[in-house]
Design a protein around this ligand. Structure first.
Ligand code: ADP
Length: 446
């Protein structure tokens, strides 16, 4: 087992990882930017070290500073959390060269899945169905027009290096095709430094259903079921739940078998998420995330499987103790992402929290790094916490979430608590009558 883990992240996920380190009896180091000197993850870790100025490029994305911090503190492993360097294959390779374990998959897995075109190519050979789309990247206008005609409108143009819902353009007819293609390319270049784009059929009313997989270094692969992450705004998840409702059992079994076989074939290691769209009883692969997901708690709540602690154990070379038949699914879990944003305008709301009271009681979990007088900084993403509930069934989970949202008090800044209260109590959410478009339509109406 590792002697000391450095957490190359901040906010709620750094806190979550420190909690696992403490439970496993592993020394831990927090890294932080100048402005984060008083942050919760810094206070909670055994040690902390400043790695640079406030912009992420100079601190949480600063590879030399993070490696120096690991060397100085004697850390033998780094957990990257999500975002920042978690899907940076170069970072994972550099760590290998420094004899520091990257708690995650191998660099080649990050590289394949981080390039969505390579990921489609790899996945297409494993029997997992893909969203119909282009073979490889779109190289010129004639290729663009031909492919769109072949696939049939509407189509979506996506960045090969995309993430966080950025650089995607939906096109309904040839009239706007070229213009949107150019726009997608320049957005991709600006956001990811790579202007390669590809095309998929734009599915009109799908659900976003994703499967959590987990593998050790000895070829043992498990799945931990699925999550429904269809409640989205601008392709970003807002509410997640597990298990997904009304999914065709035969299709689910079929897709799970192909996923497990694919993971065995590529010799995947650690936690991963296979994201799919589900429409008219069929699954279609969109991407694989080779890291811990924001929404991992809903899976932990229904399986009792501690994903972060298990990531640490398998990275240190331990064998998975559980087999697929040992994984059981119990009850229902929902997560609301609480962002420091206005519930109506979604404008970011950095500033000082004046009153902070978290909900509690049976089946309630709060993963957050906020506290009274905590200052939400403008440099980083606006997620200030996640409220997660677990109950015997979906109806009870919804009323528990409603009760917990009403107990949650955050004053001094705007948050999305009010939005969650509305969505959770809406008839469509209660009856599971929502897809990836629902929230935007709802917001346009209200
Ligand atoms: P990112 O990596 O930027 O998050 P994804 O490929 O995971 O991008 O897609 C994010 C979201 O965008 C999906 O959950 C879905 O809502 C929407 N989306 C992506 N591809 C399609 C598609 N082919 N048809 C309809 N919606 C899509």
């Amino acid at each position: 087992m590792f002697k000391k883990i450095l957490i190359a992240n901040r906010g709620e996920i750094a806190v979550r990882i420190i909690r696992s380190c403490k439970e496993l009896g592993i020394n831990n180091v927090a890294v932080h930017s100048k402005a984060d000197a008083d942050a919760m993850h810094v206070k909670m870790a055994d040690e902390s070290i400043c790695i640079g100025n406030n912009p992420a490029k100079e601190s949480y994305l600063n590879i030399p500073a993070i490696i120096t911090a690991a060397e100085l503190t004697g850390a033998d492993a780094i957990h990257p959390g999500y975002g920042f360097l978690s899907e940076n294959a170069r970072f994972a390779s550099i760590l290998e060269e420094h004899d520091i374990t990257f708690i995650g998959p191998k660099p080649q897995h990050i590289e394949i899945m981080g390039d969505k075109i390579k990921a489609r190519e790899t996945i297409s050979k494993t029997g997992i169905p893909l969203v119909p789309g282009s073979d490889g990247s779109i190289i010129n206008i004639s290729n663009l027009k031909k492919t769109a005609l072949k696939i049939g409108y509407p189509i979506i143009i996506k960045a090969a290096a995309g993430g966080g819902g950025k650089g995607m353009k939906v096109v309904y007819s040839e009239q706007t095709l070229v213009e949107q293609f150019e726009l997608a390319k320049s957005e991709a270049k600006a956001n990811f430094g790579n202007d390669e784009v590809y095309m998929e059929k734009f599915l009109e009313n799908p659900k976003h259903i994703e499967f959590q997989v987990f593998a050790d270094k000895y070829g043992n692969v498990l799945h931990l079921g699925e999550r429904d992450c269809s409640m989205q705004r601008r392709h970003q998840k807002i509410i997640e739940e597990a298990p997904a409702q009304n999914i065709n059992i035969d299709e689910k079994e079929k897709v799970l078998n192909s996923i497990i076989n694919a993971m065995k074939k590529i010799k995947y290691v650690g936690a991963g998420t296979v994201e799919m769209l589900y429409e008219k009883n069929k699954f279609y692969f969109i991407e694989m995330n080779t890291r811990l997901q924001v929404e991992h708690p809903v899976t932990e709540m229904i399986t009792g499987f501690d994903i972060v602690s298990e990531q640490i154990k398998v990275a240190s070379g331990e064998k998975l103790k559980l087999k697929q038949e040992d994984i059981s699914f119990s009850g229902h879990s929902i997560e609301c992402r609480i962002n420091a944003e206005n519930s109506k305008t979604f404008l970011p709301s950095p500033g000082s929290i004046s009153v902070y009271h978290t909900p509690g009681g049976p089946g309630v979990r709060v993963d957050s790094a906020a506290f009274e007088k905590y200052k939400v900084l403008p440099y980083y993403d606006s997620l200030i916490g996640k409220l997660i509930v677990h109950a015997e069934n979906r109806d009870l989970a919804i009323s528990r979430m409603q009760r917990a949202l009403n107990e949650f008090i955050i004053e001094g800044i705007d948050t999305t608590l009010e939005l969650h209260k509305e969505v959770i109590t809406s008839k469509d959410f209660k009856t599971n009558n929502y897809d990836i478009k629902w929230l935007e339509k709802y917001l346009a109406r209200n």
